[in-house]
Design a binder for this molecule. Sequence first.
Ligand SMILES: Nc1nc2c(ncn2[C@@H]2O[C@H](COP(=O)(O)OP(=O)(O)OP(=O)(O)O)[C@@H](O)[C@H]2O)c(=O)[nH]1
Ligand SMILES: [Mg+2]
Length: 179
Amino acid sequence: MSFLRNLFKRRTKEVDITICGLASAGKTTIVRYLETGQFVETQPTMGINRGETIKVEKLEINIFDLGGQDDFRVLWPEVNENSNGVVFVVDKHDAMKFEEARLAFQEIVKSQIHEDVIVLILLHKNDIPGGMARSTFIQDFDLIDLSFKWACYETSAKTGENIFEAFRWFFDQLMEESS
Ligand SMILES: Nc1nc2c(ncn2[C@@H]2O[C@H](COP(=O)(O)OP(=O)(O)OP(=O)(O)O)[C@@H](O)[C@H]2O)c(=O)[nH]1
Ligand SMILES: [Mg+2]
Protein backbone atom coordinates (compact mmCIF):
# COMPACT_ATOMS: atom_id res chain seq x y z
CA MET A 1 0.00 0.00 0.00
CA SER A 2 2.74 2.46 0.93
CA PHE A 3 4.51 1.44 -2.28
CA LEU A 4 1.45 2.45 -4.25
CA ARG A 5 1.10 5.68 -2.31
CA ASN A 6 4.73 6.60 -3.02
CA LEU A 7 4.22 5.80 -6.65
CA PHE A 8 1.26 8.14 -6.89
CA LYS A 9 3.00 10.82 -4.87
CA ARG A 10 5.86 10.94 -7.31
CA ARG A 11 3.59 11.39 -10.30
CA THR A 12 3.72 14.82 -11.81
CA LYS A 13 0.71 17.06 -12.11
CA GLU A 14 0.11 19.15 -15.20
CA VAL A 15 -1.22 22.68 -14.77
CA ASP A 16 -2.04 25.41 -17.28
CA ILE A 17 -1.28 29.03 -16.57
CA THR A 18 -2.04 32.14 -18.59
CA ILE A 19 -0.15 35.42 -18.73
CA CYS A 20 -2.43 38.38 -19.43
CA GLY A 21 -2.08 42.15 -19.50
CA LEU A 22 -2.21 45.01 -21.99
CA ALA A 23 0.08 45.18 -25.03
CA SER A 24 3.71 45.92 -24.17
CA ALA A 25 3.26 45.28 -20.45
CA GLY A 26 6.19 42.85 -20.63
CA LYS A 27 4.48 39.42 -20.63
CA THR A 28 6.57 37.66 -23.25
CA THR A 29 9.77 39.13 -21.81
CA ILE A 30 8.86 37.59 -18.45
CA VAL A 31 8.16 34.20 -20.04
CA ARG A 32 11.48 34.33 -21.87
CA TYR A 33 13.20 35.27 -18.61
CA LEU A 34 11.65 32.22 -16.93
CA GLU A 35 12.83 30.01 -19.78
CA THR A 36 16.35 31.37 -20.17
CA GLY A 37 17.19 33.19 -16.91
CA GLN A 38 17.97 36.40 -18.77
CA PHE A 39 16.49 39.44 -20.51
CA VAL A 40 15.66 38.72 -24.16
CA GLU A 41 14.28 41.15 -26.78
CA THR A 42 10.77 40.18 -27.93
CA GLN A 43 8.22 40.85 -30.67
CA PRO A 44 4.54 41.65 -29.95
CA THR A 45 2.56 38.44 -29.49
CA MET A 46 0.05 37.80 -32.27
CA GLY A 47 -2.73 35.77 -30.68
CA ILE A 48 -1.57 33.13 -28.25
CA ASN A 49 1.96 31.92 -27.75
CA ARG A 50 2.35 28.53 -26.11
CA GLY A 51 5.61 28.75 -24.16
CA GLU A 52 7.85 25.92 -23.06
CA THR A 53 6.52 23.53 -20.44
CA ILE A 54 8.39 24.32 -17.23
CA LYS A 55 9.00 21.54 -14.69
CA VAL A 56 9.03 22.61 -11.05
CA GLU A 57 9.16 19.75 -8.55
CA LYS A 58 5.95 17.76 -9.10
CA LEU A 59 4.43 20.28 -11.47
CA GLU A 60 4.52 20.45 -15.24
CA ILE A 61 3.49 23.98 -16.08
CA ASN A 62 2.14 24.87 -19.52
CA ILE A 63 2.40 28.59 -20.13
CA PHE A 64 -0.06 30.37 -22.41
CA ASP A 65 1.27 33.83 -23.21
CA LEU A 66 -1.62 35.95 -24.52
CA GLY A 67 -1.33 38.86 -26.94
CA GLY A 68 -2.46 42.06 -25.23
CA GLN A 69 -3.48 44.05 -28.29
CA ASP A 70 -7.20 44.85 -28.48
CA ASP A 71 -7.88 42.43 -31.34
CA PHE A 72 -6.48 39.47 -29.42
CA ARG A 73 -8.34 40.02 -26.17
CA VAL A 74 -11.36 38.12 -27.50
CA LEU A 75 -9.16 35.04 -27.20
CA TRP A 76 -8.54 35.49 -23.46
CA PRO A 77 -11.80 34.11 -21.96
CA GLU A 78 -11.52 30.64 -23.45
CA VAL A 79 -7.89 30.19 -22.38
CA ASN A 80 -8.49 31.67 -18.93
CA GLU A 81 -11.51 29.44 -18.33
CA ASN A 82 -9.25 26.38 -18.49
CA SER A 83 -6.35 27.76 -16.50
CA ASN A 84 -5.22 26.92 -12.96
CA GLY A 85 -3.35 30.18 -12.49
CA VAL A 86 -3.37 33.64 -14.03
CA VAL A 87 -0.49 36.08 -14.09
CA PHE A 88 -1.59 39.65 -14.83
CA VAL A 89 1.20 42.02 -15.84
CA VAL A 90 0.92 45.82 -15.50
CA ASP A 91 3.53 48.30 -16.73
CA LYS A 92 3.91 50.47 -13.62
CA HIS A 93 4.86 53.48 -15.73
CA ASP A 94 1.92 53.39 -18.13
CA ALA A 95 -0.43 55.68 -16.18
CA MET A 96 -2.46 56.46 -19.32
CA LYS A 97 -3.49 52.83 -19.69
CA PHE A 98 -3.97 52.10 -16.03
CA GLU A 99 -7.79 52.28 -16.13
CA GLU A 100 -7.88 50.06 -19.21
CA ALA A 101 -5.70 47.54 -17.41
CA ARG A 102 -7.90 47.68 -14.32
CA LEU A 103 -11.03 46.98 -16.39
CA ALA A 104 -9.36 44.11 -18.26
CA PHE A 105 -8.30 42.62 -14.93
CA GLN A 106 -11.78 42.99 -13.42
CA GLU A 107 -13.26 41.26 -16.46
CA ILE A 108 -10.95 38.29 -15.89
CA VAL A 109 -11.63 37.90 -12.17
CA LYS A 110 -15.38 38.47 -12.53
CA SER A 111 -16.17 36.25 -15.48
CA GLN A 112 -13.25 34.30 -16.90
CA ILE A 113 -11.76 32.20 -14.10
CA HIS A 114 -13.09 29.70 -11.59
CA GLU A 115 -12.88 30.33 -7.85
CA ASP A 116 -9.77 28.30 -6.95
CA VAL A 117 -7.52 29.89 -9.57
CA ILE A 118 -4.30 31.43 -8.21
CA VAL A 119 -3.77 35.07 -9.25
CA LEU A 120 -0.34 36.69 -9.46
CA ILE A 121 -0.20 40.40 -10.27
CA LEU A 122 3.09 41.87 -11.42
CA LEU A 123 3.74 45.60 -11.22
CA HIS A 124 6.37 45.42 -13.87
CA LYS A 125 9.40 47.35 -15.27
CA ASN A 126 10.54 48.20 -11.77
CA ASP A 127 14.09 48.83 -13.05
CA ILE A 128 12.87 52.22 -14.35
CA PRO A 129 12.67 54.71 -11.47
CA GLY A 130 9.26 56.16 -10.53
CA GLY A 131 5.88 54.86 -11.62
CA MET A 132 2.99 53.75 -9.49
CA ALA A 133 3.75 52.76 -5.90
CA ARG A 134 2.77 49.23 -4.90
CA SER A 135 0.52 50.33 -2.02
CA THR A 136 -1.41 52.78 -4.22
CA PHE A 137 -1.67 50.17 -6.94
CA ILE A 138 -3.10 47.53 -4.58
CA GLN A 139 -5.77 49.96 -3.50
CA ASP A 140 -6.62 51.41 -6.92
CA PHE A 141 -6.65 48.03 -8.61
CA ASP A 142 -9.20 46.77 -6.02
CA LEU A 143 -6.96 43.90 -5.00
CA ILE A 144 -8.00 44.06 -1.34
CA ASP A 145 -11.53 42.90 -2.20
CA LEU A 146 -10.34 40.01 -4.33
CA SER A 147 -11.76 36.63 -3.28
CA PHE A 148 -8.94 34.69 -4.95
CA LYS A 149 -5.59 33.66 -3.50
CA TRP A 150 -3.45 36.50 -4.84
CA ALA A 151 -0.10 38.27 -4.46
CA CYS A 152 1.41 41.37 -6.01
CA TYR A 153 5.14 41.79 -6.70
CA GLU A 154 7.17 44.59 -8.26
CA THR A 155 9.28 42.94 -10.93
CA SER A 156 11.82 43.57 -13.65
CA ALA A 157 12.81 41.26 -16.50
CA LYS A 158 15.82 43.54 -17.16
CA THR A 159 17.42 42.94 -13.77
CA GLY A 160 15.44 39.83 -12.76
CA GLU A 161 14.24 41.60 -9.62
CA ASN A 162 11.57 39.57 -7.79
CA ILE A 163 10.92 37.26 -10.75
CA PHE A 164 12.09 34.25 -8.77
CA GLU A 165 10.24 35.32 -5.59
CA ALA A 166 6.98 36.00 -7.44
CA PHE A 167 6.96 32.72 -9.33
CA ARG A 168 8.16 30.76 -6.31
CA TRP A 169 5.05 31.97 -4.49
CA PHE A 170 2.86 31.25 -7.53
CA PHE A 171 4.17 27.72 -8.11
CA ASP A 172 3.96 26.92 -4.38
CA GLN A 173 0.27 27.86 -4.41
CA LEU A 174 -0.34 25.81 -7.56
CA MET A 175 1.39 22.82 -5.95
CA GLU A 176 -0.76 23.15 -2.83
CA GLU A 177 -3.90 23.49 -4.88
CA SER A 178 -3.17 20.42 -6.96
CA SER A 179 -1.86 18.06 -4.21
N1 LIG B 1 12.69 48.49 -18.78
C1 LIG B 1 12.04 47.34 -18.92
N2 LIG B 1 11.50 47.01 -20.11
C2 LIG B 1 10.85 45.81 -20.20
C3 LIG B 1 10.72 44.92 -19.11
N3 LIG B 1 10.01 43.85 -19.52
C4 LIG B 1 9.71 44.05 -20.80
N4 LIG B 1 10.21 45.23 -21.23
C5 LIG B 1 10.11 45.83 -22.59
O1 LIG B 1 8.73 46.11 -22.86
C6 LIG B 1 8.46 45.94 -24.26
C7 LIG B 1 7.28 45.00 -24.45
O2 LIG B 1 7.64 43.71 -23.97
P1 LIG B 1 6.83 42.38 -24.36
O3 LIG B 1 7.28 41.33 -23.42
O4 LIG B 1 6.92 42.08 -25.81
O5 LIG B 1 5.33 42.83 -24.02
P2 LIG B 1 4.01 41.95 -24.09
O6 LIG B 1 3.26 42.23 -22.84
O7 LIG B 1 4.32 40.53 -24.36
O8 LIG B 1 3.23 42.61 -25.31
P3 LIG B 1 2.14 41.92 -26.31
O9 LIG B 1 2.69 40.62 -26.75
O10 LIG B 1 1.95 42.88 -27.45
O11 LIG B 1 0.87 41.77 -25.54
C8 LIG B 1 9.77 45.41 -24.88
O12 LIG B 1 10.44 46.50 -25.44
C9 LIG B 1 10.53 44.85 -23.69
O13 LIG B 1 11.93 44.87 -23.87
C10 LIG B 1 11.31 45.30 -17.86
O14 LIG B 1 11.25 44.63 -16.84
N5 LIG B 1 11.95 46.53 -17.83
MG1 LIG C 1 3.85 39.25 -25.85
